[in-house]
Design a protein around this ligand. Sequence first.
Ligand code: GZL
Length: 330
Amino acid sequence: MRAEIRLLAALLALLCLTGCAVRQTTEPQEGELLVVGFSQLGSESSWRLANTASMTAALSREKGYELLLENAKQKQDNQLAAVRNFILQGVDLIVIAPVAETGWESVLQEAKEAQIPVIIMDREVAVEDENLYLSSIGSDFLREGERAVEWLSGELERRGRGEDEIRILHLQGTYGATSQLMRTKPIEDVVREKSNWSFAAQFPADYTEAKGYEVVRDYLRVDPDIDVIYSENDNMTFGAMRALDEAGLSYGADGDVILISFDAVRKALQYCLEGRINLCVECNPLHGPRVEELIRQYEEGQSIPKHIYVEELIFTRDDLTQELIDSREY
Ligand code: GZL
């Protein structure tokens, strides 16, 4: 027995000398974790995947959180069920990325009655009483659309087409989503104002590449005479590009059809640098750190702003370098 004790003492001495003290786990213990129920609307786009990754990285166990992530597959019923399940579990806080603006009154009332604070992230909810949620954090989608339309008007002037008849194929996101409603408003307003601008067609394509491809492919078969594609996210744009290629139509900085796309994910910026997309309108998905900051402010009893909008840019080929694109986080 004495020999074992001597050996153990020697081992401990060696550890201390080499500084390899036994690592104390810094992970918070089970009871200390803040349990956050996160109802994510889906995984329909590159933007959404980056948004989910940002949230899971920010609300990690190492930082003191237990994140319960539920993917609703773009169905609001699934989100409502997930939030009610979080309430039943008695989570500490709920985060919702709402698929559409309406239909949230009851479940937010239930969360309030359960005294569980709710943060709305990305899109907005349309409720009478804004006290039903702690804060909403996302993009100024209306400004995104306004900047796209301002740029398009300037681009047509630059092409000497300011007075031409302009036919716009409009790919819309999920109907009723704040990002759809607010990106649609500026282009519809300007089509009403400008007598020489018109919609060739407007199609919902649910923010997916597959749907974007289908609707553009089918439309171009009956009417290839379009001047602009105004696409409310990059994945629909990628589908539209495939359809344009198949139809043999030129597009982009040096092409006939002007391509405008929202999100500015890395792949879209690469196409923009290559001259295949004319304008990328940034929509930043990296809300994880901002949500985590909000939660900490709330936990510390600080006052919380009701609405937080993130700063965003627009990009043309002239604004981009390969170095900038490679440095982007999504
Ligand atoms: C915008 C977000 C939209 C993106 C799409 O904040 O809600 O949903 O533009 C995503 O890519 O699917």
